[in-house]
Design a protein around this ligand. Structure first.
Ligand code: PSV
Ligand code: MN
Length: 408
């Protein structure tokens, strides 16, 4: 840390101590933060309108792992990668696990793909045709086998299931089929593994989505059991929905399993985390930190990014996203919770809100630079990435290949 930054750090640490905060504890938490990046975020992907291939986009799983390892090298807090099965197939999963370990990574959540096959036209786990449901269950069983080989804890399930037209299918029958299929998956899952159930209010189904919101996801998880938990993707809500309240509720119910971080202007836009509504991200982290401090559920929550960038250089965008999440966490950690509780008890709304606003408005960069220093990573990961020549190197090495983009 240079002397100017050291001075800023000391001033910030003194301010936090004066608020009664334990700076060492805050730094410890920041150092053990763990953000998982998605393999599919490193590959070329597109929308239904087109794909703009990027120089250096990863194609093989080895390349995706290398990109993820670079993000971890720059940030120090992104040591695992989520995989999407079908997009990430290899013959030898043991070898893949070793390869990841050699790069300083572990394999995180395994995401089955139950939406691209022609057979899933009318759904997968909720499809009317039992042979289609069987096919979907077989794919999930294959994913569970992969989880065992790569030592992954979480099966992360998102379904495109739903209907496009009123009357297309019986809504209650769909719900029951889904419940039955999920119960079979839960039975297949070894005791040390969990099922994360993700919801999304629309798309690709435009009339009725089978798991449209957190209420439905929670209902399903509650029926399944302790190891079934809800996954909140920040882009999967209607405008104006209070996501931090959903997070608080799920935390209180001990049913929050994980996040897919991204940001959105309209719907599932895959925009950079914190780029549109950083205050919302901070408020979400405020709920998470409050729970971390009170009931220690931290290890139960998988913090994953789910973004594929059309236009931004993908590795750099991933670093930017990891840093945005780190910043939101740091700001949430420095909320003066004692003062907040006192203001709430007094009914002093303005003082209470100011506790949040002043933490959000604090420049936490000196704290983050100190943490990065301790972790042995660059003080400015984005700049270090630019200077590393990594992007140029992968653009050279991976040039001239024609590949099928994923749909992420
Ligand atoms: C669906 O929009 C989703 O959020 C799910 O998590 C998928 O697995 C992922 O995006 C694919 O990009
Ligand atoms: Mn998602």
């Amino acid at each position: 840390m240079n002397s100017e930054m050291q001075g800023k750090y000391e001033r910030l640490a003194a301010t936090l101590k004066a608020r009664g905060l334990d700076v060492q504890l805050i730094e410890g938490r920041l150092k053990s933060q763990h953000i998982e990046t998605p393999s599919w975020g490193y590959a070329d992907s597109g929308t239904r309108f087109g794909v703009f291939p990027q120089p250096g986009a990863a194609v093989t799983l080895s390349e995706k792992l290398r990109d993820a390892a670079h993000v971890h090298r720059m940030t120090g807090i992104a040591p695992s990668v989520a995989l999407h099965i079908l997009w990430d197939m290899v013959d030898d999963w043991q070898a893949l696990r070793q390869e990841a370990e050699g790069l300083g990574l572990t394999i995180g959540a395994i995401n089955p793909n139950l939406f691209q096959d022609e057979a899933y036209r009318f759904g997968s786990l909720a499809a009317p045709d039992p042979t289609v449901r069987r096919k979907a269950l077989d794919h999930v069983a294959q994913c569970i086998e992969i989880m065992k080989q790569v030592d992954s804890r979480d099966l992360s399930l998102w379904l495109a299931d739903g209907t496009n037209y009123p009357g297309q299918d019986d809504l209650r029958c769909r719900k029951r089929r889904l419940e039955e299929s999920l119960a079979q998956i839960y039975t297949m899952l070894p005791d040390d593994k969990r099922l994360l159930v993700e919801y999304k209010f629309f798309e690709p189904a435009f009339y009725a989505t089978d798991i449209p919101d957190w209420g439905m996801a929670l209902l399903l998880c509650n029926k399944l059991g302790e190891r079934a938990r809800v996954l909140v993707d920040l882009g999967h809500h209607a405008q104006g929905v209070n996501i931090e309240q959903i997070v608080a509720t799920l935390l209180d119910e001990k049913k929050l399993g994980g996040f897919h971080f991204n940001d959105r202007k309209y719907a599932d836009d895959d925009l950079t985390t914190g780029s549109i509504n950083p205050y919302e991200l901070f408020l979400v982290f405020h709920e998470l930190v409050t729970s971390e401090l009170n009931d220690d559920q931290g290890s139960q929550i998988a913090y994953m990014i789910d973004q594929t960038h059309l236009l931004k250089p993908r590795v750099e965008a991933m670093i930017q996203s990891v840093l945005a999440i780190q910043r939101a966490y740091a700001k949430a950690l420095i909320v003066d919770r004692e003062a907040l509780a006192a203001a709430q008890a007094d009914g002093d709304i303005i003082a209470a809100e100011e506790c949040l606003v002043s933490a959000f408005n604090t420049d936490v960069e000196p704290l983050l630079v100190k943490v990065r220093d301790d972790l042995g990573v660059p003080a400015d990961p984005l700049q270090a990435h630019r200077e590393s020549g990594y992007q140029e190197q992968i653009a050279r090495e991976r040039a001239g290949r024609k590949v099928q983009p994923t749909l992420g």
